[in-house]
Design a protein around this ligand. Structure first.
Ligand SMILES: Nc1ncnc2c1ncn2[C@@H]1O[C@H](COP(=O)(O)OP(=O)(O)O)[C@@H](O)[C@H]1O
Ligand SMILES: [Mg+2]
Length: 234
């Protein structure tokens, strides 16, 4: 059973592996995410992409995949990457990075006119930028659908090659579908051997109904019943 501490450990390992030229098995995971993101931009355009990462329900792995995606994209030093915690119901990203000094976040940037420099935090090893959610809001749905928020995202898109949004689960949070419709695309994370087909189908339908561009589905926490190297030969 993998717990959150183990996962933090995994992310640290990934950073370590990056410093050592990705010698560990995490290289494979990172490379898969990297090629998935690269496949989104077949035209090779320089336009920034805003990709939302979500699950059907809590616990699918959206936060984990958001972080791993940001790390993977940073393996190419020409990529500028911003990770934003858009799960205003259960913000978790800040817990992984423990900024030394508590900064304001997304809410303060949008609602209180804080400067971008006051809310941006830089992940030292990988170099991606990160914005936490900030103080809690009464209505996440209203907040994430304001023009002010969407316009800010579009401004940020001009500065970053990739913006990754860690979003609340689709079936728990109507704001995720609404937000997804404004993005380049959205990725649905599914916890393997745990989440029922009907749940995923219903989450997918909500995204389709909202006109979101579903870029792909990630089957997370896949168990390997035969040695990993054999899977690569199948
Ligand atoms: N690929 C993975 N490998 C190991 N642990 C994972 C993986 N994905 C998720 N987890 C663990 O599962 C739990 C839920 O993941 P999380 O990313 O917080 O889900 P969500 O954001 O969808 O609620 C966390 O404790 C996390 O450590
Ligand atoms: Mg989460």
């Amino acid at each position: 059973m993998i717990d959150r501490n183990n996962n933090r450990q995994k992310i640290l390992e990934l950073q370590l592996a990056k410093d050592q030229g990705f010698s560990s098995e995490l290289q494979v995971e990172c490379e898969s995410l990297y090629s998935m993101f690269s496949s989104f931009n077949k035209s090779g355009s320089d336009d920034g992409q805003i990709i939302g990462i979500t699950g059907s329900r809590p616990g699918e792995g959206a936060t984990t995949i958001s972080i791993l995606s940001a790390l993977a994209l940073c393996t190419n030093p020409t990529n500028s990457v911003l990770l934003i915690d858009c799960n205003l119901r259960n913000p978790e990203l800040h817990k992984y990075f423990n900024p030394q000094e508590q900064k304001d976040g997304l809410i303060e940037l949008i609602e209180q006119g804080s400067n971008l420099t006051d809310v941006l935090w830089k992940e030292k090893k990988s170099g991606f930028h990160f914005i936490s959610s900030g103080r809690p809001v009464d209505s996440p749905s209203e907040f994430l659908s304001t023009n002010k928020f969407i316009n800010t995202l579009m401004q940020l898109k001009k500065k970053y090659r990739y913006i990754i949004l860690d979003c609340a689960p689709v079936l728990n949070a109507p704001e995720t579908s609404i937000l997804a419709s404004h993005l380049t695309g959205v990725i649905l994370v599914v916890r393997s051997e745990s989440t029922r087909y009907e749940i995923v189908a219903s989450a997918k339908q909500r995204l389709v109904d909202a006109n979101a561009n579903i870029k792909g589905v990630i089957l997370n926490k896949q168990k390997h019943y035969i040695p990993n190297f054999l899977y690569k030969r199948l």
